[in-house]
Write a protein that binds this ligand. Sequence first.
Ligand code: SF4
Length: 501
Amino acid sequence: MTTAAVGSPRTYQVRTYGCQMNVHDSERISGLLEQAGYLRAAETDDNPDVVVFNTCAVRENADNRLYGNLGHLRPVKDKHPGMQIAVGGCLAQKDRGDIVRKAPWVDVVFGTHNIGSLPVLLERARHNAAAEVEILESLDIFPSTLPARRESTYAGWVSISVGCNNTCTFCIVPSLRGKEKDRRPGDILSEVRALVDEGVLEVTLLGQNVNSYGVEFGDRYAFGKLLRACGDIDGLERVRFTSPHPKDFTDDVIAAMAETPNVCPSLHMPLQSGSDDVLKAMRRSYRSEKYLGIISKVRAAMPHAAITTDIIVGFPGETEADFQRTLDVVRESRFSSAFTFQYSKRPGTPAATMDGQIPKQVVQERYERLIATVEEITWAENKRLVGETLEVLVAVGEGRKDERTGRMSGRARDGRLVHFATGAGGLAGRIRPGDVVHTTVTYAAPHHLNADGEPLSHRRTRAGDAAEAGRSPRTPGVLLGLPTIGAPAAAPAPTTGCAAH
Ligand code: SF4
């Protein structure tokens, strides 16, 4: 047992479930705890002083998983005096006090709107020797005002908005994360500059619906302008964003993408279904024709863009004909990759109680056909790149087999995963995560590319220096504030959300 000695800093671990937004929230949780004097425990340490679960409510069995994990931790806590367990995120926002009723050994429950309270709640729970449950109904401060301990030296998430004004019937986000709140462009750009100053080369702008960014402060073209403004930041090499929404996608965004050199030629645009009837039942207010129209405009402006998507199969009421329509749209869209989901009931969503729930074996069978079609297309699209030279930003943890194969891995500008040989010419051992190489594709698989020749170039970067030195970027919790243009400070809303849009 590694209980901290009296006077030595308490250690913490954050266990994250769910989407990128939760991953980014966990960076803030880590930043807050470190600012409060806690030390991060090694991943292999099974006995830290504080364990924080950052939960996700999206999947049907999310609560079983949480309570199972809490159950496993109970005997560990019994043997570790002073250990504290905190539960935050969407499931905490949903289950609130139920969590300490079902698992009375939990010390703190905090919601999606008050991440910043965690250190105080831990302290108060220790002092009072009683559980603290604090859930707010709306956002107090925009979460990006909180300090963050960034996980990557070369890439950073930057929130541009939180919450969502849509009401997709399969999604729990609107009820747990609330209405969309947009962050001021100046604050976003300051955070991007702060990351670049720390050596970060790539940022991903995050929002549940980036295309509605700015509607709250009266500028529906704000997102395209934000992309162009990112283009003026020296040292920022790659700009990505997630997620767009076909309903709100406007042509100025396509022009901004095509005309801003550091905006990557990639677009992750959720389709969900190719059937207009199913889209209607999902309350997704675009139709397949609009979706395909956006894709053809993107392709006309950026012929090399890689387009990826999310698709749900087996939504209540989906017929075989509806499913065929999804396959048609997949074939026509020529995705370079797709996240495919089998519909499963998400408690608290309208779709969970709809008629026409599809039997599991039908969903499974459609899902397998969808995967076969997607893979046929992604493989064909990837094969077109064999022989091309790509710029790869070297990553950590993207190639599970790298050690065995002697390769390293990273992402091309269009987002494709590339496993590359470091070559016999002395580069092996000198390329670091965060560096940039150019290499030529020699083989294509459905989900990745290989480049097995000698790299054509290797550029050492500040991100690579930071990775080598074991430093990770930190952004302070300063600046910011919620936008108030044209209105008094509103009763604000929520934080981030789920993977499906
Ligand atoms: S799926 Fe995305 S767009 Fe739809 S309600 Fe959820 S967060 Fe909003």
